[in-house]
Design a protein. Structure first.
Lengths: 135, 717
C-alpha cells in the first residue's frame, strides 16, 4: 500500500474509533446519570424506586441515630419544605446541622432512603466567608 | 500594615501591565532595551508580591486581627504552624499565593533564558505578566487580602478544624506551584506560535519547568489523597469530586506533553500535538483554579465566593480562543519533519500513551462537567458517579500501565520481530508467570488480575533496562555494579528518572487495583466488649476514651485487633469536637459538642493490608446533661463552664453508649503511597541538574546548530 493511502486508512480508523468511544461515553453518561434534585422538587414529584441525587441543607436539630441508620431532614438552600432521609454508611466529618449535603436517594413510602456511602457534605474549609455568613 | 500590603498589590498590577506593554512593544519594534525592561518588570513584580505575601503572612503569625482575612481564618488558639498555613485557606490569601508563585516562577524562567529564546521570550513575558495582572487585579478589586476589620475583634474565628492537618502546610502550595509552573510552558508555546519559531527550542527551555509542574502537581494530588484517607473519616482516597478532577486533568495532559515533547526533540514530529497539549494544560490549570472558586459544580469543597466565576470564564474564553486561533493560523509551520515509520516503534508507543492520557482527561472532563452538559441538553441537571468513571478509567488505566512497560524497551523508528522478542521476552515471561500463580491462587477479579500482571510486566521491563545499561557500562569501563548504576543514571537522568517514574506508576496502580477490588468495609454499632469481623480481622471495642485538649473534646475508643486469635494491633480512633462558632442558637456548653467534628482514624498500615477504623460516638445520651448545663451555666465563669464540660465528657467515659464504627480492610493500600514515593524519586532524578561537563557539551551542540530542532539533549535533561 502506498504511504499516503496507508496514512489515510490509519486516520480513518483512528477517527472511527474515537467517534465510537465518544458516542459510548455520551450515551452511557446520559443513561447512567442520576438526576439532581432539590428537596422541594422531590417532595412534589419523586417517583418510588427512581434514584435521585439530592442536594440541600440539613435542617438544624433534625439529626438522629436509629441503630446504624442516620435520620435527618433536608431542605432547599433557600428554605422551604424539608424531606426525611434515612441513611446508612460512611458519614463525612463535615456533616452536621445546617451543612449542604449531596446524597443519592430513592423514595420508599414517605421516606427517602440514602444509597450506602453516597453522602457527601460540602466542606466549609475553603473560601468560606460567604458560606459562614449564610449559616 | 494593611496599607503597605494593599499598596504592593496595586503596584503589582501596575508593574504587570507596564511589563506587558514594554515586552510587546520591545518585541514588535525590535527594541532590546524595552524587552529587557519588560523582563526586569517580572523581577520587580516578584519583589513587590514577596513583600505583600510577607506582610500577610506576618499578620497571620502575629494574629493581627485588623486584617479581616486573619480574623476570619485564624485565632490566637490556632497552633502557629497552622496560623502560617491559614493564609491559603482563604479565597483572598490563596489568590495572593497563586500570583506570588506565578511571579517567582516567571522570574526564574526569564532569568534562566535571558540569553536564550530571544524572539520567543518577550511574548512569553507578556503572557506571564498578563496572567499576573489578572490575578493581582482580582485580588485588588474583588478579593482583597488586605481588607481591614471593622471593628477589630479580640480573637479570630480560627482555622477550620478539618484543615488542621500537616498536609495543609504542603498540599495547597504544591498544587498551586503545579498550576503556576504549567503556565510557563504555556506562555512560551504562545510566544513560539506568535513568532513562528516552532522548532524544539521553546520545549528545551521550558522542559524542566514542565517537569517541575508535573512533579509539584503530582505531589499535591497524592498528598490530597493521603489527607482524605487519614482525616476525612470516610476511608477513601479518591472520590471523583470535581475539585479533585480539576487537579488531575492538567496533570494528565502535562504527562502526555512530557512524553510527546521527546518525540519533537528527537524526530521533529507531533508539533501541532505538542503546542496543543501545552496550551490545553495551561488552560486546564486555570480551569482548575476557576472550578474551586466559581461554585458552578456541586463539590465536596465549598465555594463561598462565587463572584469570581465571571472574570475566570472571561480569562478562559480568551485563552481558548487565542490558542485555537494561533494553532490554526500557524498550521503550515507546525508540519512534522518526519512521519511515523512503524507502529512497532517508541514513537508509536508514545503516541498511543498520549491518546490514552488524553482519553482519560476527556472522560474526566466530560464526567466533571456533565451536570452542566445535561442541564443544557435536557433541561435537567444530572450527575455521573464513581461507577461511571470506573467503567472508562479502568480499561484506560490498564492500557496506560501496559504502555509504561512497552515504552522503555521498544526501539525508536522501527523494531524487528527478533528485537521485539529480545526486548519483551523477559517482561512477558514474568507477567505470564505471575498470571499463572495468581489464577492458581484463585484471584478472580479480571481487572485487578490484569493490573497485577501489567505491573509485573512494567517492573520487569524497567529492571531489564537498568540491567542492560549497567551491563553495557561495565563491559566498557569495568566499573563495579553500583558505580556503573550511579554513572548510568547520572549521565541519563531524564531517561532513567523516567523509568523509575514508570515503575512507581505501576506500583501505585497495583495498590489502587487491589484496594478497590478486594476491600472489605463494615459499619457496625458496638458496645464495649462487643466484636465485629472484617476482612479476617476480629475487632473488639475494649473501652471508650475521652480527652479535653484546649477547646477540643476528643471522644474515642480502644480497639483490640486480632487475626486468627492472635493480637495484631491496638487501635485508638477518636472523633474531635471543636466549639461551634457559626451557630448562635447553641448554648454556652452545647456549642462545644455541636461544632465541627473531625476524625482521627485508627490505622494499622502494613505491606499486605491496611485496617482502617473510624468511630462516631453517640452523643444522644449526653444531650439531656448538655441541655441542663446550658440552662444552668450559661452565664457561669469560663472556669466553671470548663469544669462542667469535663464532667459531661467524663460521664461519656463512665457510662458509654454504643458507638458506630466504620471498619475497612484494604489490601495493598500502602503500595499506593510507596508507588507515589517511587514516582517522586524518579521525578527528582529527572529534575536534578546534569553534571557541568554534560551541560557544557549540550550548550556546544546548541551553538553549533542553533536553528536545528531535531537533535536531542538527552544528557542535559
Amino acid at each position: 500500500m502506498d504511504p499516503h493511502r496507508k496514512r489515510q486508512t490509519r486516520l480513518v480508523a483512528a477517527l472511527t474509533a474515537a467517534l465510537l468511544l465518544a458516542g459510548a461515553l455520551i450515551y452511557t453518561s446520559f443513561t447512567a446519570s442520576t438526576q439532581a434534585r432539590e428537596p422541594s422538587q422531590l417532595a412534589r414529584s419523586a417517583r418510588a424506586g427512581q434514584s435521585y441525587q439530592l442536594t440541600g441543607r440539613v435542617v438544624p436539630g433534625s439529626i438522629h441515630r436509629l441503630g446504624a441508620a442516620l435520620l435527618f431532614r433536608v431542605r432547599d438552600r433557600r428554605g422551604g419544605p424539608s424531606i426525611p432521609i434515612r441513611y446508612t454508611g460512611a458519614v463525612p466529618d463535615p456533616f452536621r446541622d445546617g451543612r449542604e449535603v449531596i446524597v443519592d436517594v430513592r423514595r420508599e413510602g414517605g421516606v427517602f432512603v440514602g444509597e450506602r456511602d453516597s453522602l457527601v457534605t460540602k466542606c466549609p474549609s475553603k473560601f468560606s466567608k460567604a458560606e459562614s455568613r449564610q449559616t | 500594615m494593611p496599607a503597605l500590603g494593599r499598596a504592593c498589590l496595586i503596584l503589582a498590577v501596575g508593574i504587570a501591565l507596564y511589563g506587558v506593554v514594554a515586552s510587546l512593544y520591545g518585541a514588535r519594534a525590535r527594541r532590546r532595551e524595552w524587552v529587557d525592561s519588560g523582563r526586569r518588570s517580572v523581577y520587580a513584580l516578584a519583589g513587590v508580591l514577596t513583600v505583600a505575601f510577607a506582610v500577610l503572612e506576618a499578620a497571620f503569625l502575629r494574629s493581627d486581627f485588623s486584617f479581616e482575612v486573619v480574623a476570619g481564618h485564624s485565632s490566637t488558639t490556632t497552633p502557629i504552624a497552622y496560623r502560617a498555613a491559614a493564609l491559603w485557606s482563604s479565597q483572598e490569601g490563596s489568590l495572593l499565593l497563586w500570583v506570588w508563585l506565578l511571579a517567582l516562577w516567571s522570574s526564574l524562567i526569564l532569568f534562566v533564558t535571558r540569553r536564550r529564546a530571544r524572539e520567543v521570550a518577550p511574548y512569553a513575558t507578556a503572557v506571564l505578566l498578563g496572567l499576573a495582572a489578572f490575578f493581582a487585579g482580582l485580588a485588588v478589586l474583588m478579593a482583597d487580602p488586605f481588607a481591614r476589620s471593622s471593628p477589630i475583634p479580640a480573637d479570630g474565628v480560627g482555622l477550620n478544624p478539618l484543615l488542621r492537618h500537616p498536609s495543609m502546610m504542603i498540599h495547597p502550595p504544591m498544587l498551586y506551584s503545579g498550576y503556576t509552573l504549567f503556565t510557563v510552558p504555556f506562555a512560551f508555546a504562545v510566544g513560539a506560535l506568535i513568532t513562528r519559531r516552532l522548532d524544539a527550542e521553546w520545549i528545551a527551555v521550558t522542559r524542566r519547568f514542565a517537569l517541575a509542574a508535573w512533579f509539584c502537581l503530582g505531589v499535591g494530588i497524592v498528598l490530597g489523597a493521603r489527607w482524605s484517607y487519614v482525616e476525612l473519616g470516610w476511608g477513601g482516597y479518591w472520590g471523583w469530586d470535581p475539585v479533585e478532577n480539576a487537579s488531575l486533568m492538567p496533570w494528565l495532559t502535562g504527562t502526555a506533553f512530557l512524553h510527546s515533547a521527546v518525540i519533537q526533540e528527537k524526530r521533529g514530529m507531533l508539533k501541532v500535538w505538542n503546542v496543543s497539549l501545552v496550551l490545553a494544560t495551561g488552560i486546564l490549570a486555570v480551569l482548575g483554579t476557576f472550578l474551586v472558586r466559581s461554585g458552578i459544580l456541586d463539590s465536596i469543597h465549598a465555594f463561598g465566593a462565587s463572584t469570581l466565576g465571571g472574570p475566570f470564564l472571561a480569562l478562559i474564553a480568551v485563552m481558548v480562543g487565542g490558542s485555537v486561533a494561533l494553532v490554526v493560523s500557524r498550521r503550515a509551520q507546525l508540519r512534522s519533519e518526519h512521519r511515523l515509520d512503524s507502529l512497532a516503534s517508541r514513537e508509536a508507543a508514545f503516541l498511543l500513551n498520549n491518546l490514552v492520557l488524553i482519553g482519560l482527561c476527556f472522560v474526566i472532563l466530560w464526567g466533571t462537567f456533565f451536570p452542566l452538559i445535561s442541564e443544557a441538553v435536557t433541561g435537567t441537571k444530572a450527575a455521573v458517579g464513581p461507577p461511571w468513571f470506573d467503567r472508562y478509567i479502568v480499561p484506560l488505566a490498564l492500557m496506560l500501565v501496559l504502555l509504561a512497560g512497552i515504552g522503555p524497551v521498544i526501539a525508536w523508528r522501527a523494531t524487528s520481530a527478533a528485537n521485539l522478542a529480545r526486548s519483551f521476552g523477559s517482561p512477558v515471561g514474568v507477567a505470564t508467570g505471575l498470571l499463572v500463580v495468581l489464577v492458581a491462587a484463585g484471584v478472580g477479579r479480571p481487572a485487578a488480575l490484569a493490573m497485577f500482571c501489567l505491573g509485573a510486566f512494567v517492573a520487569a521491563a524497567v529492571a531489564q533496562e537498568f540491567w542492560r545499561g549497567v551491563g553495557a557500562r561495565r563491559a566498557v569501563s569495568g566499573e563495579s555494579p553500583s558505580v556503573a548504576l550511579a554513572a548510568l543514571v547520572r549521565r541519563n537522568r531524564r531517561r532513567y528518572g523516567g523509568y523509575v517514574v514508570h515503575l512507581g506508576i505501576a506500583v501505585l496502580f497495583v495498590g489502587v487495583a487491589a484496594s478497590s477490588a478486594f476491600q472489605h468495609a463494615r459499619d457496625v454499632r458496638l458496645s464495649p466488649g462487643q466484636s465485629a469481623r472484617v476482612g479476617g480481622y476480629d475487632v473488639t471495642y475494649v473501652r471508650p476514651t475521652s480527652r479535653l485538649v484546649g477547646e477540643k473534646i476528643s471522644l474515642g475508643a480502644v480497639l483490640d485487633v486480632r487475626r486468627h486469635g492472635r493480637h495484631v494491633a491496638t487501635l485508638r480512633p477518636t472523633r474531635g469536637y471543636y466549639p461551634s462558632l457559626d451557630q448562635p442558637g447553641l448554648g454556652a456548653i452545647g456549642r462545644y459538642f455541636d461544632g465541627q467534628a473531625t476524625s482521627e482514624v485508627g490505622l494499622k498500615a502494613g505491606p499486605t493490608q491496611d485496617l482502617w477504623t473510624a468511630v462516631e460516638p453517640d452523643l444522644g445520651p449526653l444531650q439531656r446533661f448538655i441541655a441542663a448545663a446550658d440552662r444552668r451555666f450559661s452565664n457561669a465563669s469560663p472556669d466553671l463552664q470548663g469544669f462542667i464540660i469535663a464532667a459531661i465528657v467524663q460521664r461519656y467515659q463512665d457510662a458509654p453508649p454504643p458507638a458506630t464504627f466504620r471498619l475497612i480492610a484494604s489490601p495493598l493500600v500502602t503500595w499506593i503511597w510507596i508507588g507515589a514515593l517511587i514516582v517522586m524519586a524518579g521525578g527528582i532524578i529527572a529534575l536534578w541538574p546534569a553534571p557541568l561537563s554534560l551541560r557544557a557539551r549540550a550548550r556546544s551542540a546548541r551553538a553549533a546548530a542553533p536553528a536545528v530542532s531535531g537533535e536531542p539533549e538527552r544528557a542535559s535533561a
